[in-house]
Ligand binder design. Structure first.
Ligand code: UDP
Length: 313
């Protein structure tokens, strides 16, 4: 039987490597394209010897010619620390890189998914965030390279859809955590877990009252594949995330508890443009492809803590 070929860009990253694994299990031939800037070979080492897996070490900013039926675009640094290291490159990846992938999809009529983000909503004035909300984004701040880059990527997806009839899927991913998060990502879940395991100070930026909603990576991958495979007429944008909202202080206390840590909490300056709250309305995902997360924060954190404990040993 001829296998369906799928291209996963950013396939060696935290979310990408889980997606590679799942689509291999579903019987696909997986091309994993990654320039390994934030992606890591360790994330895909266990897949490299599989006959249906091929790693292509490349930047999506360069033209790509590869005949595939399906494309998932997850290529972009995603944590504030990493996307702000080279902001011009971040914009390029989300504009020039996305254009290259859309051209590829046009050439071979491949269905294409964009891993968009809750950052589309900026520091939201509407809560929880519905897909109909246009957002409150600073166009010239330190987060703009990512936020505006991702917004432009959505625009390009919808223009290619209207102009060239491409089959598109635009998914807005909210904060996600789990095994294979980068140790040095600077993200709140990875930072707090590493600090707690090492009994170091837990660094809360601001007073800890600001909120996020955390989705376990397995739930996210279920949502991503279900969305991709549902009716082509449903393009999104659609929110995928966990609607349980926690303050950053609550998260810190939970992680200290679960790790039996001796860490103390310290309060540092809140970075510029840091959104004060975030929580997805996921009723559209539920209605269109019957998805909702099933992992609660505590059980997801336990699995993530186990992963980090092993890595840090
Ligand atoms: N944060 C924090 N301490 C850290 C890392 C992050 O208090 O060591 C805060 C950060 O300021 C933000 C929230 O946690 O308000 C989530 O940050 P993250 O970088 O994980 O994701 P994003 O800001 O993109 O939602």
């Amino acid at each position: 039987m001829i296998k369906k070929k799928v291209l996963i860009t950013g396939g060696a990253g935290f979310v990408g490597s889980h997606l590679c694994e799942r689509l291999l299990k579903k019987g696909y031939f997986v091309y994993c394209l990654d320039n390994l800037v934030t992606g890591k070979l360790q994330n895909i080492n266990h897949l490299i010897k599989q006959p249906n897996f091929e790693l292509i070490q490349k930047n999506i900013n360069e033209p790509i010619n590869l005949k595939v039926e399906e494309i998932y675009n997850l290529a972009s640094p995603a944590s504030p620390k990493h996307y702000q290291l080279d902001p011009v490159e971040t914009v390029k990846t989300n504009v020039q890189g996305v254009l290259n992938l859309l051209e590829l999809s046009k050439r071979y009529n491949s269905k294409i998914l964009q891993a968009s983000t809750s950052e589309i909503y900026g520091d939201p004035l509407e809560h929880p965030q519905n897909e109909t909300y246009w957002g409150n984004v600073n166009p010239i701040g330190p987060r703009s390279c990512y936020d505006e880059g991702k917004r432009c990527a959505e625009t390009l997806f919808f223009d290619f859809h209207r102009q060239h009839k491409l089959r598109i899927k635009v998914m807005r991913i909210f904060n996600t955590y789990g095994p294979r998060m980068n140790l040095d990502d600077g993200r709140v879940v990875s930072n707090f877990i590493i600090q707690a395991i090492n009994n170091e100070n837990i660094t809360i930026y601001g007073d800890g009252t600001h909120t996020r909603s955390f989705c376990f990576v397995d739930d996210l991958i279920n949502g991503m594949i279900s969305f991709f495979d549902c009716d082509d007429n449903f393009t999104g944008p659609v929110n995928v995330g966990n609607p349980e909202e926690y303050s950053i202080l609550e998260l810190a206390r939970k992680i200290i508890d679960l790790t039996n840590s001796k860490s103390k909490i310290v309060f540092l300056k809140l970075p510029d443009d840091d959104p004060k709250k975030r929580k997805p309305n996921i009723s559209l995902a539920k209605a269109k492809f019957n998805w909702e997360p099933t992992t609660n924060l505590e059980s997801g954190l336990i699995k993530t803590i186990q992963y980090f404990s092993k890595i840090l040993k």
